[in-house]
Design a protein around this ligand. Sequence first.
Ligand SMILES: Cc1cc2nc3c(=O)[nH]c(=O)nc-3n(C[C@H](O)[C@H](O)[C@H](O)COP(=O)(O)OP(=O)(O)OC[C@H]3O[C@@H](n4cnc5c(N)ncnc54)[C@H](O)[C@@H]3O)c2cc1C
Length: 406
Amino acid sequence: MARARVVVVGAGLAGGAAALAARRAGAAVTILRGRAGASALGAGAYDLKAIGAASSAPLAPEITEFFEAARAPVVLADALVCSAFGALRPTRGRDQQALAIEPARQHLVPDLQVDGWDAHAIAASLDAELRARGGAGARIVRGVFLREREEMRLPLAELAARHDDDARVDWLADRLAESLAGDAPRAVVLLPAVVGTRPAAMARLRARLSRPVGEALGVPGGAATARFLAWTDRALEAADVVRADAEVTAIALDARARLTLADGSVVDADALVLATGGVLTGSLLYGSGEHELARELPELVRPSLRLFASIARPDGDEPISVWLDGAPLAAAGSLFGREGERFLLGDRPRLLSAGLAADASQRVLDRAGAPVAGLYVAGDLVAGAHRAALAAVHGGARAGRNAALD
Ligand SMILES: Cc1cc2nc3c(=O)[nH]c(=O)nc-3n(C[C@H](O)[C@H](O)[C@H](O)COP(=O)(O)OP(=O)(O)OC[C@H]3O[C@@H](n4cnc5c(N)ncnc54)[C@H](O)[C@@H]3O)c2cc1C
């Protein structure tokens, strides 16, 4: 018998986990990647439920399996991490480069003169937070940590890429060692997210300095993003998943799913996993600020709503629709009427929870609440789901596996 063909739409954490799980379950898998989504805006922290909330719930096996299978440079352990602005917060997993803060130790903050790294403000904030936890505090470290003046204005991801060169890491290690000569060997060094786009650079720096060293969380679009994109792509390639850069514009469901792509071509699937991200934050362009987002909201939201409104089923079947607060919105068309106004411009947290309704197997539910054969959903696109990285992985892995066995 021919292997089931699973198509995954969206290549964020949910789509990536779905594709790898469907492959492991024996399906032939194609993943269609649109633009960058929420996963590519990550700062290097992987949370289970709410972003930055402490949680002692055990990690589901699907989550650990995904990171192991992807050989992802991610440490899955509770830790306190430091934001790019000097605030401490708990996380369940972190980019391997991110520093696990230990309040009892002294922390040292080198004043790299780069955009987005205000060492004075970070050291002051960190010092206050560490002391409030009974810790040893933090202080700024002065020195020359850039090789060229123009690096002050370089995007942080580019500066990180320069540290993929061993000689450059050794140079930084020597400069740091000079500046830290009088500090206790147990004192910890906190850097901005610029030490390499691959884990080897940080490993080398740690070995050369012989003291704990790591990064604060990055800014969206920085080095953590570059690392995320690199390891997910490598994992999909190694698993033999067919990857295509394509935007899906319409979906027709019958015995099989038929997807129309933006260039007019057509892809068929035995089972389909929708992992297109949050209605507000996923299938959309990323607005650069609250103000701009509010101004552009209707335009930003429309493409994703159009896609769901376009999911056609054989005559007589209940349509697929966006759910909010546990009930489907009255009609897809009404999104642009009175209800649409409430939906688009109403209060933001409720809007964030809108999405497609799913059952425990991640199957999409139609307006009558019945599962739709062959159609699965995962990640931020699920109505009411936790908008957090590990939740996206968990749902994605289940959706992919179930789609392969459909
Ligand atoms: C700024 C920001 C910071 C965050 N920080 C944290 C954090 O610190 N910790 C944490 O745990 N979580 C954080 N999150 C939440 C976390 O990133 C998300 O929960 C998770 O990444 C969702 O993954 P996803 O795969 O569901 O969606 P996404 O990563 O958004 O992926 C969806 C993908 O589908 C693609 N797509 C959409 N429409 C189509 C189409 N029609 N055709 C083809 N492709 C399409 C999109 O382009 C996108 O690439 C943050 C989110 C944001 C926005």
